[in-house]
Design a protein around this ligand. Structure first.
Ligand SMILES: Cc1cc2nc3c(=O)[nH]c(=O)nc-3n(C[C@H](O)[C@H](O)[C@H](O)COP(=O)(O)OP(=O)(O)OC[C@H]3O[C@@H](n4cnc5c(N)ncnc54)[C@H](O)[C@@H]3O)c2cc1C
Length: 564
């Protein structure tokens, strides 16, 4: 049931088992799963159905490192659905190797407190809630390509990424959100503080848009799902009042802030046209979009001391009109129009594609005129597939006769205690909550394994006669390209990490805070390392596991708080 701008008295009158803070993809799925388990749920969401600039300004945190981290409004969305209004909808599970200690990687030498097998039962339900189809995650290449690849398993192109049919998760579940009388979705309700005893939250301080002030709401079990940065910021504000919480000032809270290291430092030229065809987007039997990624085996990662990484070919840089492609220029022109581009894709992704202004549009117009057949063959079909079809195509991959493409890498960002979120003591938002202050760092430790991964991939391509790489940056400045491209803030990983005890983690293996036993965190912030995979699917799997644990221990029906 949607409650738009309720007053606090209305919330206090509700009788619920579980209160969830945040209505993004992870909070929404947590709420739906808790309802499926029979709990009565109140979800408190800052935003409303549409964007409200005053509410959005609550995410305008202080970014100390603007070269490496996007501004808050590009990475968070304060409305029902959260960053689902911005995300690509790419769903990729973490790999078994991510959960294990890897002695060769700084910050990753310890096992996670959970294993890949612990998360596996939640894969299919997580994909289903997100609308990303079946748990089909591998698809062998067609013969005879597969025999050429399978003879050397250093890398594989069998593994798939899946895409949500509709990235706006709230839209997928709107009928239930509106109709379910034991699920209260309170919009315009920002949680700005909490009262607690030594080991339990007793009240949340909720700022209601209806009243323009905060007051205390008594709570039982609480799931914090406000997004990576906002959840961390809320916990830091609690810690500011009780410095021993969450491992204290030297503890893990706010540290190890990660995203992904992604970009292109090389082009790939395929030897075989069939291989380039294999990287087009396609749909599975159920109609979900999928696409291949090239990934190294566990053995290759160990032998070459790699961080986890995935590669895929992309079209040439659309902003560089020398590609002479009408379709690519049409995409550039659309994205670079200030009145149109931001409506088409998230600003962070748009800026990555079009680069910084000024934009030279004339050469692109020339490409349209010299390639009318290509342009007209592409543009209407793409607009239909993207904005008209029932399942939207997530992107485009245009084949070219030279079989040469940008080689996108999406690599693990290693946990580093100095990459962190703190509170900005000089700025508070309109609800009185101090803003976060972001110091987001990439280091040589991140770059070196990525360079080695390119070398290992190049060897494999050559050995199998599949293709070759051409580097865009000279060997004398090997890491420069990686650092020039690296900018993130979209994935918000690690700052309330899962650990073995309070000295190395904020939450235990069930997502429950070591210190406050009725406070559970469902967020990418709990992931202890970042994988090659985009993080939302893993965060949703963990959230489902937390809810299942709360149900199994009776905590959702008002019995004892669960123990680790
Ligand atoms: C441009 C972009 C592209 C991305 N692409 C992908 C992708 O392809 N694949 C992938 O896996 N991930 C992707 N992500 C990341 C993905 O969007 C996030 O991992 C995901 O949205 C996290 O969901 P969440 O519910 O934890 O947090 P959010 O989506 O951030 O939602 C948090 C919600 O909590 C609310 N809130 C915040 N503070 C409070 C408070 N104090 N009180 C009440 N409510 C509060 C907010 O208004 C918001 O609605 C992308 C992100 C961006 C920005």
């Amino acid at each position: 049931m949607l409650l738009d701008r309720p007053r606090l008295a209305e919330l206090q009158a509700l009788d619920v088992d579980l209160t969830i803070i945040g209505g993004g993809p992870v909070g929404l799925v947590s709420a739906l799963a808790a309802r499926a388990a029979g709990a009565r749920v109140l979800l408190l969401e800052s935003g409303r159905m549409d964007r409200d600039p005053a509410i959005q300004s609550q995410s305008d945190d202080t970014i100390d490192t603007p070269d490496t981290h996007h501004a808050g409004p590009l990475t968070t969305s304060r409305r029902l659905g959260g960053a689902g209004h911005l995300w690509g909808g790419r769903c990729v599970p973490f790999d078994p190797i991510d959960f294990r200690g890897r002695p060769w990687l700084a910050g990753c030498t310890e096992d996670w407190p959970v294993t890949a097998a612990d998360l596996a039962p939640y894969l299919a339900p997580a994909l289903d809630y997100l609308g990303a189809g079946e748990p089909l995650l591998e698809d062998p290449l067609p013969a005879p390509l597969n025999t050429r690849l399978d003879a050397d398993t250093a890398f594989t192109a069998h593994r798939l990424e899946r895409w949500t049919a509709d990235p706006r998760i709230e839209r997928r579940h709107m009928a239930q959100l509106r109709a379910d009388r034991d699920l209260y979705v309170a919009l315009g309700c920002s949680v700005c503080s909490a009262k607690h005893t030594k080991d339990r939250i007793t009240h949340l301080d909720v700022w209601t848009e209806a009243e323009g002030r905060a007051a205390a709401l008594p709570v039982g079990q609480v799931i914090l799902a406000a997004g990576g940065v906002a959840s961390t910021r809320f916990l830091l504000a609690l810690q500011a009042n009780h410095p021993a919480l969450f491992g204290g000032a030297q503890g893990p809270l706010g540290r190890f802030y990660m995203g992904h290291v992604n970009g292109q430092i090389a082009d790939i030229t395929f030897e075989d046209a069939a291989l380039q065809d294999a990287f087009c987007y396609y749909t599975d039997a159920a109609g979900s979009y999928i696409r291949r990624r090239i990934t190294p085996s566990e053995q290759t990662q160990q032998d070459h001391q790699l961080s986890n990484v995935a590669f895929w070919p992309v079209v040439p840089e659309i902003s560089d009109a020398r590609h002479r492609s009408g379709p690519l220029s049409a995409v550039f022109l659309g994205l670079s129009m200030p009145w149109l581009g931001p409506r088409l894709i998230a600003q962070a992704i748009r800026l990555k594609h079009i680069g910084p202004p000024p934009y030279r549009r004339l050469p692109h117009l020339r490409n349209l005129l010299t390639d009318p057949v290509g342009t007209l063959g592409f543009v209407p079909a793409f607009i239909w597939q993207r904005y008209g079809a029932r399942t939207r195509v997530p992107g485009f991959f245009l084949r070219n006769p030279a079989q040469r493409y940008g080689l996108e890498f999406h690599a693990e960002h290693l946990p580093n205690a100095t990459s962190r979120i703190t509170l900005d003591p000089t700025r508070r938002d309109r609800t009185g909550l101090p803003h976060a202050r972001v110091d987001f760092r990439f280091t040589q430790d991140d770059a070196a394994p990525i360079l080695r991964a390119h070398e290992a991939l190049e060897d494999w391509l050559k050995r199998r006669g599949l293709g070759r790489l051409s580097y865009r940056y000279g060997p004398e400045v090997p890491a420069r390209g990686i650092f020039e491209e690296a900018k993130h803030g979209n994935h918000q990983i690690g700052t309330a990490r899962m650990g073995h005890d309070a000295s190395d983690g904020v939450v235990d293996r069930w997502g429950t805070c070591f210190d406050l036993r009725n406070l559970h965190i469902a967020s990418t912030a709990v992931l202890p390392s970042s994988s090659q995979a985009n993080p939302t699917l893993a965060a949703v799997q963990l959230a489902l596991r937390t809810v299942a644990h709360l149900q199994q221990t009776g905590a959702l029906s008002g019995q004892e708080t669960p123990h680790g």
